[in-house]
Design a protein around this ligand. Sequence first.
Ligand SMILES: NC(=O)c1ccc[n+]([C@@H]2O[C@H](COP(=O)([O-])OP(=O)(O)OC[C@H]3O[C@@H](n4cnc5c(N)ncnc54)[C@H](O)[C@@H]3O)[C@@H](O)[C@H]2O)c1
Length: 338
Amino acid sequence: MTTVAVVGAGHWGRNLVRNFHAIPEARLKWVVDLDGARLRKMETLFPGIRTSRELAPVLEDDEVEAVVVSASARAHHELAKAALLSGRHTYVEKPLALTAADAEDLVRTADAAGRILMTGHLLLHHPAVLRLKDLVDSGELGDIYYVYSQRVNLGIIRKDENALWSFAPHDLSVMLFLLDAEPATVSARGAAYLQEGIEDVAFVNLRFPDGRMGHVQLSWLDPHKLRRFTVVGSRKMAVFDDMEPQEKIRVYDKGARATGEYASFGDYIGLRFGDIWIPHVDSAEPLRLECEHFLSCIRTGETPRSDGRNGLAVVRVLEAASRSLAEDGAPVALGPAR
Ligand SMILES: NC(=O)c1ccc[n+]([C@@H]2O[C@H](COP(=O)([O-])OP(=O)(O)OC[C@H]3O[C@@H](n4cnc5c(N)ncnc54)[C@H](O)[C@@H]3O)[C@@H](O)[C@H]2O)c1
């Protein structure tokens, strides 16, 4: 049984509190938040927990083995660093930090402390993404040409971060995971319609070193609610639609290839329209699986699927995309992976 403290009990943090309270392998002991009203609510919902407006008393409690940080992104680095330096395994919600330098600092601190650092890249624990990864790795889709995702809706409009930093960690973590690579260049264009300097909409383009391409469309100002990834391979194409309650993945046996026959243009490129297959995907709650994965890594010493390096890789892309946004879409080179 691992004794856990959750820092940040806002819209998302309360889901982490609920899960760590429910999982038998965890003992949720503390909830920390600057907001006293939120703490009172947690005490009512989860009698027996202790609460604090500061992290310090939690770090003085020798029973606490793991700290889960789900505070505002700008507080992630400071809170996570204090937790790691005090020898606690640490799970940090996405984005791991607001700069690559801070994210790298957390990775180094965790390595030096010999503690688990996990980033809350929820989708890397989603059964449908794991199924998609199997389809890519098994060669079922052939060579992957490109991947694109759409994460748009009319939703929570944030004041402290733009749609890029709020949404893209999900899509970027999945693209890097599926393609098992980091992009060589990133370009992004976006626009701030509602609040000056806070982009509501962004289109991000990734070029991978071997020529594969990724594209991410993000917006909290859109009539549709879309949470969709499309993977186009040389043999087949697959779509993961997280808005679908049951049939989350569809594999299309569709493709096009040069036949080498020059008699007519129609002969030269052959199109194939085959069956559509809907693989079974487990319906477990991804957040529960993510929390269980963190606890299991603490027990076994296994590196989390969404570890600190994965969090750093995503922050590097976000940082490059922000620079490109400021330069009206100019491609920004990432440099070698760190
Ligand atoms: N994985 C996901 O799917 C997902 C979804 C939503 C949000 N998130 C992430 O979760 C984090 C929290 O998001 P949210 O929507 O709950 O935000 P929120 O603004 O609703 O809540 C943040 C909470 O953190 C508290 N807080 C801020 N600084 C603090 C500090 N120094 N010490 C203690 N408490 C502090 C605030 O008082 C607030 O209650 C963000 O990093 C966000 O990107 C992840």
